[in-house]
Design a protein around this ligand. Structure first.
Ligand code: RRO
Length: 316
């Protein structure tokens, strides 16, 4: 019994980046500080993704800025991070075989290009995940992923110098035509992967007893994550899988809390997955549990590798 489980292979590849497990943390979830990053490097996750960084340290929005209930979470963190130099120095100091994805979230095209130039000089960074989907910057009205001209300008410029594997973290889209349009832009450039999806923007959770919002910034509005967003995450992965060039990889994210959820994402075309809300809820042991659950689920289905069912979602 144990032997069969041991033979089940949940390793994966994002092009030439090998991950011993297809399960990693989502950017933003317990990956900001030295301790959090060290714990992730020591964990059974397949890769480390850092908190999205900016040129300078940011304290983020006033607290309370994160709240979770049984099936979801709402946040308006406001991009708190220790600044790119901290993350670069951390990675220079740490020797690890685990792939490292540096998440970058500049406030402008210029800042993003500057941050990417800086990261290009660091050997220990396996890939860059450019965050085009932060929902919570109070004085920045736009989510870059919803602005196809911005995405086009960024891609046109970044590949003039960038040598690092580069992916984009996208917001959820709710119209097929929006996914088709963004895909047709991305398809023209050597993008290695997309991560779908960031939290659903502009959500509101309220406490009926106190008749109040539950987070302070932006009058209680924020990005929604957790179990309730899984159908939207799956839909985005599935649609991007059909519109993107076949050599562009997809990392699935949104509402994963079980091995079966991971199976569903891979079935829709994800090559790896990220865990956000559930990681914050459960802590670092989530990676061991999900690994076990995924392997048990595959065993029940007589699959021995994620390759056996990757992208094989059946349609009527
Ligand atoms: O820090 C945040 O408020 C935040 C970011 Br950068 C993001 O990409 N997604 C999110 O839900 N919160």
């Amino acid at each position: 019994m144990k032997e069969i489980i041991n033979k089940i292979d949940i390793s994966t590849k994002i092009k030439n980046i090998k991950l011993s497990s297809c399960i990693m943390n989502a950017s933003g979830a317990l990956c900001s500080t030295e301790k959090e990053l060290s714990d992730l490097l020591d964990s059974s996750s397949g890769a480390l993704v850092t908190k999205s960084c900016t040129s300078d340290l940011r304290n983020g929005n006033p607290k309370p800025r994160y709240f979770e209930w049984n099936v979801g979470s709402i946040n308006s963190m406001g991009l708190p991070n220790l600044g790119i130099d901290f993350y670069i120095n951390f990675l220079k100091r740490k020797k690890t075989n685990k792939p490292v994805f540096l998440s970058i979230s500049g406030f402008s095209l210029k800042e993003n290009l500057y941050l990417i130039k800086k990261a290009n000089l660091i050997e220990n960074i396996s890939a860059l995940e450019i965050n085009f989907s932060c929902p919570n910057i109070l004085n920045r009205k736009k989510i870059f992923g919803y602005d196809s001209l911005y995405v086009y300008k960024f891609l046109k410029n970044v590949f003039k110098f960038n040598k690092k594997p580069l992916g984009i973290k996208l917001p959820p889209y709710f119209n097929e035509i929006h996914i088709k349009n963004i895909s047709s832009i991305i398809n023209r450039y050597p993008v290695m992967f997309v991560t779908c999806v960031n939290s659903i923007p502009n959500g509101l959770y309220i406490n009926s007893d106190t008749e109040s919002v539950v987070i302070r910034p932006n009058n209680g509005f924020g990005g929604i994550g957790g179990e309730i967003i899984k159908p939207f995450g799956l839909a985005n992965v599935s649609k991007f899988f059909s519109f993107l060039r076949k050599d562009i990889y997809i990392i699935g994210c949104g509402g994963i809390s079980s091995g079966k959820d991971i199976f569903d994402y891979i079935l829709c075309g994800a090559s790896a997955v990220q865990i956000g809300t559930q990681f914050i809820k459960e802590g670092i042991s989530v990676f061991d549990r999900l690994k076990k659950e995924l392997k048990n689920f595959l065993k029940k289905k007589n699959y021995f590798s994620i390759k056996n069912f990757f992208g094989n979602l059946k349609k009527f």
